[in-house]
Write a protein that binds this ligand. Structure first.
Ligand SMILES: [Zn+2]
Ligand SMILES: [Zn+2]
Length: 368
């Protein structure tokens, strides 16, 4: 049976999000319905509301959630009603060549689930019966969500759902960029450009990996304060300290071992590449506009052997990494409590988005 649910919807780009009551259809074969307990407000949700991520509205927002299974579709035998889950915004199929070759974050099937479930259809309707799109194949900023079974990962039910939710995007993407994509080595020097929800997790990923020096770069002193809490050893605010590249080259004795760009701008990707040492690795984590470009000097490329790579969802292997990250939390090595600096009721979602724009939170989370 379908469910009525309050949901946060982007109706039109560059307009405030709206909270409306929608219809969430029952799970079909191979699907599950989740009663959402908490959903983080991620910068990507904001990017969907202003066309930076150009997915067509109307979109039910949200891709960073945790909750409990309330219904399973035909053929779902390995997860049951009552199980606690984190939503993964990549439903990895386990069968395509990327999944088989160990890069499930690049799964061909999940790449098709951008505004629908992997079968290309939506389970969401508005009060007039019109179809709504699932943002990022999820659409979980709502009281209920119907998702592909491969979009949910069963977890230890003792973890608070607000903490579990943020593992599904910010933590996985940021910490995973350091731990999975770059494989940061103990004793290394790291730079993280952009200390928002993802950047803070890149910082703590570097700290967990044993980096000795972690330089956070952001134009907000408030975010740099958060950065220190998550393990940054040095901070640079380009709006008062000037161009960060020269300062980083000096502070690291010729360049950092790793740099993580967590904003999604050509200029800061350029900074990330320019501030690493010979043979260093620069990782692009931030999602830019489709029209954004990067200009890099070509002459030194062969001489410096720098690596520039992207990191999709922190190289997530969700079924392995989500429980692993929660184990690090339980062991006191991964900070989640400190990340959730505000919680909101769903009716206050517009304020949660305003707070995201103002940069007042490490992470704001809507709790149901
Ligand atoms: Zn796949
Ligand atoms: Zn996200």
């Amino acid at each position: 049976m379908g469910k009525q649910a309050k949901a946060v919807v982007c109706r039109e780009w560059n307009k405030p999000v709206v909270v409306e009551t929608i219809e969430v259809e029952s799970p079909k074969r191979g699907e599950v319905m989740v009663k959402i307990g908490a959903c983080g407000v991620c910068h990507s949700d904001l990017s969907a509301t202003n066309g930076t991520i150009p997915l067509p509205p109307p979109l039910v927002l949200g891709h960073e959630a945790a909750g409990k299974i309330v219904e399973v579709g035909e053929g779902v035998t390995d997860i049951a009603v009552g199980d606690t889950v984190i939503v993964s915004w990549i439903p990895t199929c386990g069968k395509c060549r990327f999944c088989v070759m160990g890069q499930p974050q690049l799964c061909d099937v999940s790449a098709k689930a951008t505004v629908t479930l992997p079968d290309g259809t939506s389970r969401l309707k508005d009060k007039d019966g019109k179809t709504l799109n699932h943002f990022a194949g999820a659409g979980v900023m709502a009281e209920y969500a119907t998702l592909h079974r491969d979009s949910v990962i069963k977890i230890d039910p003792s973890i608070g759902l607000d903490k579990a939710a943020i593992v599904g995007c910010a933590v996985m993407t940021g910490a995973g960029a350091a731990l999975n994509t770059a494989r940061v080595q103990p004793g290394s020097s790291c730079v993280v450009i952009g200390a928002g929800g993802v950047g803070l997790n890149a910082i703590q990923g570097c700290a967990i990996a044993g980096a000795k020096q972690i330089i956070a770069v952001d134009t907000s002193d408030k975010k740099l304060e958060f950065a220190r809490t998550f393990g940054a050893t040095d901070t640079i605010n380009p709006s008062t300290d000037g161009d960060p590249v020269g300062k980083i080259l000096a502070a690291t004795g010729g360049g950092a071992d790793y740099a993580f760009e967590c904003i999604g701008l050509g200029a800061t990707i350029q900074q990330a590449y320019n501030c690493i040492r010979k043979g260093g690795t620069a990782v692009v984590v931030g999602v830019s506009k489709p029209t954004e470009t990067v200009t890099l000097g070509a002459f030194l490329m062969p001489f410096t052997e720098k690596v520039l790579t992207g990191s999709m969802y922190g190289g997530a292997r969700p079924s392995v990494d989500f429980p692993r990250l929660l184990d690090l939390y339980k062991a006191g090595r991964l900070k989640l409590d400190e990340l959730v600096t505000a919680t909101y009721r769903i009716d206050d979602a517009p304020r949660a988005f305003d707070d995201l724009v103002a940069g007042v939170n490490a992470r704001g989370v809507i709790v149901f």
